[in-house]
Design a protein. Sequence first.
Length: 135
Amino acid sequence: MPAKTTDKKTTRERASRRREKEPVVLGSAENVGSVYIADDVVSMIASLAAYEVEGVVKPAGLKGELKSKVGTKNAIKSEILGNMVKITVPVTIEYGRQIQPVSRMIQSKVKTSVENMTGLTVSDVNVRITGVTTE
């Protein structure tokens, strides 16, 4: 059916347009080019910041490119729209920790780290508790 081909093409075109981002202009009066910050870079910064919070359990053997973005279940997702970024942080916490204070600390640490390193404004840091462990 030709309609499905058109629908797929339209979907691909929309996805392509979404990925085309405005350059992030970082603090120089002299513009010598554009700076693009990949979503994966923001996710990596957020990952490192989240795992610094006491009570957050790092995945076992976490090394090298943050163990391929910490797998798919625990992948930190970020979405950059202009100079704003939304981040979703799935984490496992230690048993016995209070979830609310740990989550607030994750939000604060991730927001501060991403904003300081990228110059972007973090609008949302959504924390998703994916598990509790006794490790």
